[in-house]
Each structure stands twice: as C-alpha cells, then as structure tokens.
Design a protein around this ligand. Structure first.
Ligand SMILES: NC(=O)c1ccc[n+]([C@@H]2O[C@H](COP(=O)([O-])OP(=O)(O)OC[C@H]3O[C@@H](n4cnc5c(N)ncnc54)[C@H](OP(=O)(O)O)[C@@H]3O)[C@@H](O)[C@H]2O)c1
Length: 317
C-alpha cells in the first residue's frame, strides 16, 4: 500500500508549537487527522501507545512529540530529556511498524550534529565528532529516533524518515522564564522590560554565538512537502540557511517589541555551540524553500505573544 494516498494520519504532539502548526497545515488535506491529548495517550507508556495504534489504525504518522527545552532545562534534567525522548521515539516508531504503518516522519533537531561541525552543517556530518555538551542527552535521544527510522527503512523497506529542523519560533511557543529557548525567552524579557520601563536587559552569554531561526509555519510547510515525496531522503535539514549572532537577534527583537533601553551581555552564562547554521542544499534541490523572513516572523510572533498574554493563554511549561 502506498501511504502517500492513505487516509488516516496520526500527528503525535499536536498541542505543541510544531505539532499544532503541522495540524493546521494538514487541516485541508485529504487525510483524516488523528491526535490525542497527553492525558489520554502518554507516549512514554508503551502499552498505551500500542493500544492507541490498535484502536485507531493510522496509515501515516508524524512524530512531533518530544520533551523540549532550552540550555537551562537541558542542563538541569538530562535524565528526563534522554529517557522521555528515547521512550517516545521507540514506542511510536515500533508501534507504527507493528501496526502496518508504511510511512512515518520523525522530527529530530539540528542539535544532533557535532558541536564543531563545519558551517553550514551538512546532513553527512552526523556522528563525525563529539556533540555539544549542554544538550548532549537530548541530542543522543534524537539521534536514536533518526537511526531507528533508518534501520526500519533498511531492514523492512518501510518509508520511515526524518527532518532535522533548526531553531523554531512562532505561535504557541514556550515562554517559561527559565526553560524556554533563546528567542521566546528574549521576546518575553524585552516586552516586560518595555512595560516596566527598565533601563537595561541582560542577555545570557557573550552574544557572539550564531544561530538560525525558522518560523514554525514554514516548518509545517516543509513537513508537508517532505511527507509527500515519493522517495524522501533518510533525513534532511530544514531551515533558512541564514544565521545571525545572539546579540543581533536581541537588537532585532528589541526593535520589534519597541524596547529602547540598553542591551548588556553576561559572559559568565553558557553560549552553547559557537555556530549552528544548516546547509539547505538538499531540501532546496528537492524543491522546498522557506518563505517567512526573520523580521516578518518576529512581528507575527510578537502579535501572537500579545494575544496569548491577553487571553491568559501564554504557555509557560
Ligand atoms: N522548538 C524548537 O526550536 C525545535 C527545534 C528543532 C526541532 N524541534 C523538534 O520539534 C518537535 C516539537 O517541538 P516543539 O517545539 O513543538 O515542542 P513543544 O511545543 O514542547 O511540543 C511538544 C509536544 O510533545 C508532547 N509530549 C511531550 N511528552 C509527551 C508524552 N509523554 N506523551 C504525549 N505527548 C507528549 C507535548 O504534550 P503537552 O502539550 O501535553 O505538553 C507537546 O504537545 C520535537 O521533536 C523537537 O525536537 C523543535
């Protein structure tokens, strides 16, 4: 059976930032969409996952569920990041195969690549050198997901494959004061500094680390594109191919938010990897390119941040 034409698509992690964007992107497709909240389906519980597949019989799966967080959260709880992410990936991927799913797309992350990868980072740099220490546990778990998909494809001929997104941002992001990623963390802090009339905002690290950011609606579009390919690559980078320093990002966010105070750095805090820019050659050659440039994406994200704040729906977990 060609699952490109299949009917039921299970989106795991549909309430998260990426999963909800993917759900929106597939709403008008021919698929019947399947999803379940965590209180009815805990993906860390193998029995529940098996039961869900048995009851709902999906034809295709997009795995966007994970335990996700910034440097602080990763450093505080490496056990949780390693265990939960390995369990979710192995349970869902194994159950998919057992229940005759022929097509599964797994969301990994650009942090699977070595810390000192040559820039821009090509797909084939995977496992060529040591990982960045601050999120090693998470990265190892993500590599296991990718490798399990690759193994199923090679051993059983099913189309299980992966995408490796760069840093994402957009509606539904996590604005927790300590556990958030750098972009939502800065957006919130500049907003609060503006409201409080603060004279300065201190950003973590030296400000010199370089990062790439992709709007989550572009990610959802890329997922839809790759999921529709007849012969997808085993894994493919998804980003813009452009990066900037954290200090430049901070200035851009301050402009979008309208914060006019000073921006200071705190070099005693970790920077993480010095640079992380994805080589986008493969996905560009296949025919997909991002559409939302960073400044426009930040304006959209600040608008959704304000709406989420106003409606008491700002996510802090
Ligand atoms: N955010 C980024 O910058 C980024 C960058 C690269 C790759 N990615 C990848 O993209 C994927 C999604 O990330 P995201 O930013 O959308 O994360 P997110 O917003 O935190 O969403 C994660 C989702 O996973 C669900 N989940 C976590 N543990 C679960 C469990 N035990 N059982 C059932 N559901 C569970 C969460 O459910 P609840 O809603 O119940 O919490 C949530 O819906 C991940 O694979 C991540 O590695 C993200």
């Amino acid at each position: 059976m060609e699952t490109r034409n299949s009917k039921r698509l299970f989106i795991a992690g549909h309430r998260g930032m990426a999963g909800s964007a993917i759900l929106r992107r597939f709403k008008d497709s021919d698929f019947e969409l399947l999803y379940a909240d965590r209180d009815e389906l805990d993906l860390c519980d193998a029995g529940q996952v098996d039961q869900y597949f048995s009851a709902h019989r999906p034809d295709g799966v997009i795995l966007a569920a994970a335990k996700v967080g910034g440097i602080f959260a990763n450093e505080q709880s490496p056990v949780d990041f390693l265990t939960d992410n390995v369990l979710m990936a192995t349970h869902v991927i194994n159950a998919a195969f057992r229940h005759s799913v022929r097509r599964l797309l797994y969301l990994g992350s650009s942090c699977i690549y070595p810390r000192d990868s040559e820039q821009p980072i090509q797909e084939n740099s995977l496992l060529s050198a040591p990982l960045e220490k601050t999120n090693e546990a998470y990265a190892l778990a993500k590599i296991i997901g990718l490798k399990l998909c690759q193994a199923y494809r090679s051993q059983h001929g099913v189309q299980f494959h992966s995408v490796m997104p760069t840093n994402l941002y957009g509606a539904g992001d996590n604005y927790h004061r300590e556990n958030s990623h750098v972009l939502p963390g800065l957006l919130r802090r500049f907003h609060e500094a503006k409201v409080a009339g603060a004279e300065s905002v201190v950003i973590w690290g030296t400000g010199t680390a370089r990062r790439e950011f992709l709007h989550v609606d572009d990610l959802a579009d890329a997922v839809c594109f790759v999921f529709g390919l007849a012969d997808p690559p085993e894994w493919v980078n998804v980003g813009t191919g452009n990066d900037l320093t954290i200090l430049a990002l901070a200035h851009l966010i301050a402009d979008v938010v309208g914060y006019q105070g000073e921006i200071q750095i705190d070099p005693s805090r970790p920077d993480g990897a010095p640079a992380k820019r994805l080589d986008m050659t493969l996905l560009h050659q296949l025919g997909w390119k991002h559409r939302i440039e960073l400044e426009d994406g930040l304006k959209m994200t600040y608008r959704s941040f304000l709406q989420e704040l106003d409606s008491d729906a700002l996510r802090e977990s």
